[in-house]
Design a protein around this ligand. Sequence first.
Ligand code: FMN
Ligand code: SF4
Length: 301
Amino acid sequence: MTGQPLSDRFQYKTADALRRKAEALGVDLPFENDLRILLEPADVGGQRVPNRLAAQPMEGCDGTPDGAPGDLTTRRYERIASGGSGLIWFEATSVAPDGRANPRQLFLSAGTAPAFRRLVDLTRAAARRRFGDRHEPYLVVQLTHSGRFSRTAGEGRRKATCFNPHFDRPVAGMAPPPEHPLVGVARLLGLGAAVQSEVPAVPAVATGLSWLRQFWPPVAAGLLTRGMAVFAGLGRGAFAYPDAAADLMARGVLDRTKCCIACSRCTELMRIGSTAGCAVRDHPLYSSLHRAAMASARSVP
Ligand SMILES: Cc1cc2nc3c(=O)[nH]c(=O)nc-3n(C[C@H](O)[C@H](O)[C@H](O)COP(=O)(O)O)c2cc1C
Ligand code: SF4
């Protein structure tokens, strides 16, 4: 032990300061200042993907009672598509009526398929409107069955046992993790790289970048340059800053004031049974939802 706190607030003003912290912690974070690789096209199964930026599956818990995409679902994917992500990974979508993780999870069935068709058309149209015909995002859907974690309408909220908020993403504002968040970020990126090296023919999507805020692009470019992944994935980053790819295309840098701050409010929204979105950057829609949802959760005896 060095006597330093294991966790600290995000206090890095420059990519260099972040790099120095990583070095001090002994974690291997690749940095590459030339970001062009992020905007290069890729090939997935013979289909062209316009760039290497992937919006990861992020559940908004805003489907209709029968599992079709709702208005907020459509809003989310139109925002992501017109933000320029080359690969859009649609959120957890149940394949069975009793396999939904929450009553507003999407459910793909013969009855809801036309609404999904429309969602796909609107998503593609949003990308085309902004970037033209050469930019057609690659669309993937995450099909799921939540097994023993399924929860349908009428069932109460499940009590989380052994919930570790830091397990698949470092978060601020929760009890500190037993390690510096950068160690967790490096571990996630390393796991992705291990998968990529085991199955080089399958393009891997790197995950865990959102915690790095405005400095994720040089780390993502470093990963891709080293062959540690083919795509740079953003989960919470896609909620907070759906047009990050467009800003990179236009200006070569991110706007710090639009970045995810890893505060975990979107996770809180999901856990208390609300529809989820970025309560910090997607203002006023999700900030007021978060305020109202937290007040109502507090008032429950
Ligand atoms: C509100 C919320 C919803 C999520 N929904 C999904 C999901 O539907 N499927 C999934 O595999 N992961 C889901 N994740 C995990 C993210 O896709 C991502 O892997 C994780 O947040 C780490 O990436 P990040 O640091 O860029 O956020 C969700 C995360 C959050 C915070
Ligand atoms: S609420 Fe917004 S800023 Fe906070 S973790 Fe979620 S996406 Fe990031």
